[in-house]
Design a protein around this ligand. Structure first.
Ligand code: CU
Length: 160
């Protein structure tokens, strides 16, 4: 066996081992270290102007060593929820958004946000709107959004 063959074989073996480990942890479900866990804080929706659209903002925290992605959002309030980023003051839909390992994804005014397209009713200040966040790896997370005044901005209220 020459050196090259040995190297190739070693690489193949380590790849197999890695696959076996990740396959195992996702199957067993509940060991805790394989799957990212998300916690969401500060979720709110500024009171929509009409039933055409509404934005939602929150901070999604990934408490694990595994990077993940927000891939979708659902709610009873609308059949079409989109993930938007803001570039050059214009917002555009994206298929997913990164939630870094041991990091957070901030959805905030003027930046990334969740967008409801077409509302089944128009929530008022004090109402709650439930959304479910879907991730590539982590379990879905249900979040209650507080409906706030139109001008509300979480960043200002926390004095950040
Ligand atoms: Cu938008």
């Amino acid at each position: 066996m020459n050196a090259r063959t040995t190297r190739t074989l070693a690489a193949a073996l380590s790849l197999t081992a890695a696959l076996a480990i990740s396959g195992c942890s996702s199957d067993s479900g509940g060991s805790g270290d394989g799957k990212p866990k998300m916690t969401v804080s500060g979720g709110y929706m500024p009171q929509p102007v009409n039933d055409k659209m509404a934005g939602a903002f929150m901070v999604i925290k990934n408490n694990s060593k595994t990077a993940d992605k927000l891939v979708g959002v659902t709610s009873a309030l609308s059949d079409d929820l989109q993930i938007h980023e803001t570039k050059d003051q214009k917002m555009q839909q994206v298929p997913s958004m990164d939630v870094p390992a041991n990091g957070e994804l901030k959805l905030e005014r003027g930046g990334n946000h969740v967008m409801f397209m077409g509302l089944k009713n128009t929530p008022k200040v004090g109402d709650k709107v439930t959304v479910e966040l879907r991730f590539e790896k982590a379990d879905p997370v249900k979040v209650e959004l507080d409906v706030k005044e139109r001008t509300y901005n979480a960043q200002n209220s926390t004095g950040h």
